[in-house]
Each structure stands twice: as structure tokens, then as C-alpha cells.
Design a protein around this ligand. Structure first.
Ligand SMILES: C[S@@+](CC[C@H](N)C(=O)[O-])C[C@H]1O[C@@H](n2cnc3c(N)ncnc32)[C@H](O)[C@@H]1O
Length: 346
């Protein structure tokens, strides 16, 4: 240690390094927990011995044993030294063994391998510019994107989020045209079609693989998913987790402006982040800065875009919408740990 260094700050610095490495490894171990079904095998079972977890999961004993130790060390499992048992507490099971629900967190862990895979390419782009294109991330990234939001889109979008727009809901009950712009795997359009069968639904995305996933997910539902530019005018356009990704944000928002009926509404979902960095010092924002560097920002820069990044915040969002000609921009009072919501009128 150098004489100029503060002892306490030095201890905190090395603590931070180990805490973050532990977080990275815990995310990997947790990914294994969801993929193998280990969390589900332990949910609601109380304290279990290694052999009981092996029997319940039908997995290899030595792997299970080391995983149990790692997850107990990380704080996911409660460990009793006296009884040599491991327990997945109900409060943790709620998040990690709840596949398909709106509180399942496994999609975030699925995002780690595809993002870390491109980390060397992103590091290279620091010197030479450009970035990693959206389609280069591969199918596991599309799957992770889908898993992160799917539960919320299926269980909250129409039952909770859209309730912030009562007039629009009323209109959709009688019919109306809806477009999900940048629809990805199609879950938003599917949720709206299921809740409002009389409405005409379309989903647009530039990514062909995402459109194929959306068509597969929609199956017999009548939803026009495609990569051809949408035409006609819509009562509601939704744009979820997409504006910050755009390569030409104002131009694209102008196009969306033209696609809305004069009394139509644009419903916007964006990641939860504050305008100022000093207000973004929390774990959710740190995760989003990582998602940004290794995905959202780099894929925009790769297409010659501005690389707005995941944490652009409400002021920047409003500025883009106003530049594109929208009026009546307002932030909606919808509670969420990870998203912000806005509505805008043409
Ligand atoms: C982070 S994903 C979100 C997908 C989906 N909306 C969701 O919430 O799961 C962003 C999506 O925006 C699409 N996208 C990006 N730029 C676009 C553009 N100019 N026009 C249409 N889609 C675009 C991408 O292909 C990608 O599917």
C-alpha cells in the first residue's frame, strides 16, 4: 500500500472488486439453477440434504453439492451447519423458481452469456468505433430479451399498465387498430389481441429472427407480424424497450407520428433510469449500464446511430418525442422496479 493511500478506502476498493466478481459468478450459478430446474426442485420443500436435492432434481451429485455450497455462500440458500441442510426460502423462490410469472428474474441471468460473449468485440470498438450489430448476438440473446419481459407483458400489460389510458382501452374494446413497433418476440401484441379480440393487431420489427419468433408465438391468433414498413393509421402504437435502441430515433419517431390517427396515442415503455448519473447509483441502473454498453448502445452505434443507451432517462425521452412533433408528452404513474412509462399524442 502506498503512503498516500487511505486505509479504509483501500479496503473498500478491494471489497468492491471481490463483491462484483462474486456477483458475476453468482449470476452464472443462478443461471444453472434455473436451467437445470434446481431452484424449482427446492421450492417449497424446506431444509434439504444434498441427497434429497439430488433425488428431487435427478442431477449429478458432485455438481449439485458444489452448486448448493456456492449458492449458500452467495446468500440465495439458507444453510444449516448442524443439520447439513440447504433451504431455498419462500421469498427467494418467489423470484427464482417462478418461471412464467411477472416476478421471475431468470431472464436477466440468460442475458449474461450473450453479453459477455461480445465483450471482447465491444472492447475493440472503443478504439476503432462501430459496434456489435443486433443480429450478431444470436438466438440466445433474443430468448433472454423475451424471457426478461414476457411475464410482465403477459400479466401486467393489459391488466395494469394500459389502465393508465382508459380512453384507449375503451376504444380497443370496440375494435381499433394497434401497432407494436419494434415488437421483438411479439408478446405485447399477443397480450393486447387476447385482451381486446375485436382490435386489429400488427407487429413491426426490423429483425427477421424476432419476427419469426413472434409469428411462432402468435400461432392461430390473427396478428400481422412483419418487417415491411407499416401502413395506414393506428389508434394505439406501443413501443417497448426500443426507443433507446433506435439508430435514427427522431426520424423513426416522426414516422410513428405519421402512423398515428390524430386522436391516437403512443404508449412508451423504457428502462427505469434517471436523467442524472448521480441519481443512477443503484444496482438496477448499474445492470442497465452493462446492458447498454454490451447491447443497446453498441448495436445502435454499429448501425451508425447515436447510441442513446439504456439509461437515457425521462428528459432525453421527452426531448426526442418533442423533436419528432409529439405534444402532450407525459410520464405515466405506473409502478415498476425496472420500467418507466410515457404516453404521447401526435
Ligand atoms: C430490446 S428489443 C425489445 C423487443 C420488444 N419490444 C420487447 O420489449 O421485448 C428492441 C427491438 O427493437 C427493434 N428495432 C430496433 N430498431 C428498429 C427500427 N428502426 N424499426 C423497428 N424495429 C427496430 C429490434 O430489432 C428489437 O427487436
Amino acid at each position: 500500500m502506498l503512503a498516500s493511500m487511505d486505509k479504509e478506502k483501500t479496503r473498500r476498493a478491494i471489497d468492491q472488486v471481490f463483491r462484483d466478481m462474486a456477483g458475476a459468478m453468482s449470476a452464472g450459478m443462478a443461471l444453472v439453477g434455473t436451467r437445470t430446474g434446481l431452484f424449482r426442485a427446492m421450492a417449497g420443500k424446506g431444509p434439504m440434504t444434498v441427497d434429497e436435492v439430488v433425488r428431487a432434481s435427478q442431477l449429478q451429485r458432485r455438481y449439485v453439492e458444489e452448486w448448493l455450497r456456492g449458492m449458500a455462500s452467495a446468500g440465495y440458500l439458507e444453510y444449516s451447519p448442524a443439520a447439513q441442510t440447504y433451504e431455498l426460502p419462500e421469498e427467494m423462490a418467489y423470484f427464482v423458481a417462478s418461471d412464467g410469472s411477472d416476478h421471475f428474474v431468470g431472464g436477466m441471468w440468460e442475458m449474461v452469456p450473450p453479453l459477455m460473449r461480445v465483450a471482447p468485440q465491444v472492447a475493440g470498438a472503443f478504439a476503432k468505433g462501430g459496434g456489435v450489430r443486433f443480429e450478431e448476438f444470436g438466438p440466445d440473446c433474443l430468448n433472454a430479451l423475451d424471457l426478461i419481459n414476457r411475464g410482465q407483458y403477459e400479466q401486467r400489460f393489459t391488466d395494469y399498465w394500459l389502465k393508465a389510458l382508459p380512453d384507449t382501452m375503451e376504444r380497443l374494446r370496440a375494435g381499433g387498430r394497434v401497432l407494436d413497433y419494434g415488437c421483438g418476440s411479439g408478446r405485447v401484441a399477443i397480450a393486447i389481441k387476447k385482451a381486446f379480440p375485436a382490435a386489429e393487431l400488427a407487429g413491426y420489427d426490423v429483425d427477421a429472427q424476432s419476427i419469426a419468433r413472434a409469428r411462432e408465438a402468435a400461432k392461430e391468433l390473427q396478428i400481422a407480424f412483419g418487417s415491411e414498413k407499416p401502413s395506414g393509421q393506428f389508434d394505439l402504437i406501443t413501443i417497448c424497450d426500443c426507443i433507446h435502441d433506435l439508430a435514427a430515433p427522431v426520424e423513426t419517431l416522426r414516422e410513428i407520428h405519421r402512423l398515428l390517427k390524430a386522436d391516437g396515442t403512443l404508449f412508451i415503455v423504457e428502462p427505469k433510469a434517471a436523467d442524472r448519473l448521480e441519481d443512477n447509483r443503484n444496482p438496477v441502473a448499474t445492470m442497465f449500464y452493462g446492458f447498454s454498453l454490451f447491447h443497446c448502445m453498441t448495436q445502435s452505434l454499429a448501425r451508425g446511430g447515436p447510441g442513446l443507451g439504456t439509461c437515457m432517462g425521462p428528459q432525453k425521452t421527452e426531448g426526442l418525442l418533442r423533436d419528432a412533433g409529439f405534444r402532450d408528452f407525459r410520464q405515466l404513474d405506473i409502478k415498476s422496479m425496472t420500467n418507466l412509462f410515457y404516453a404521447a399524442k401526435p
